[in-house]
Unconditional design. Structure first.
Length: 104
C-alpha cells in the first residue's frame, strides 16, 4: 500500500533490505530526529521516516547512513517536501526485479 508523503518537510525513505542489512533500528532515528509514532512507518519493502522538521538533524542522520555504508539512491532517498499542497505524493517500494509492475 502506498504511503502518503507530506509536502511541508523532508521525508527519508530507506529500502527495508538495507535497513535490516545495516542493523538499523527505529531507536536510532527516534533519538536523532525526535520522532512521533506516526513519523516512522514501514510498508512492504519501504521504511518511511518523516516528515523531518530539523534540517541539521536530518543531515546528521544522512551522514550516519553513509558512514554505515548505505548508498544514496540505491539504499535510501530523501524527498524534499518542497511541492505545492495541492499535489499528493505517495511512495511504495517495488519488489525486485521490477517485473511486478503493470506494463513492465
Amino acid at each position: 500500500m502506498p504511503i502518503s508523503i507530506p509536502h511541508d518537510a523532508p521525508t527519508l525513505l530507506i529500502r527495508k533490505r538495507a535497513f535490516e542489512q545495516h542493523a538499523l533500528s527505529r531507536a536510532d532515528f527516534d533519538v536523532s530526529l525526535h520522532l512521533t509514532a506516526d513519523e516512522f512507518r514501514v510498508e512492504g519493502d519501504l521504511v518511511v521516516i518523516g516528515p523531518v522538521y530539523d534540517a541539521e538533524a536530518l543531515a546528521a542522520v544522512i551522514a550516519d547512513l553513509e558512514g554505515r555504508g548505505l548508498v544514496y539512491f540505491d539504499d535510501y532517498f530523501d524527498l524534499s517536501g518542497n511541492w505545492p499542497e495541492w499535489l499528493l505524493m505517495f511512495a511504495m517500494a517495488t519488489r525486485e526485479p521490477f517485473t511486478d509492475l503493470p506494463g513492465v
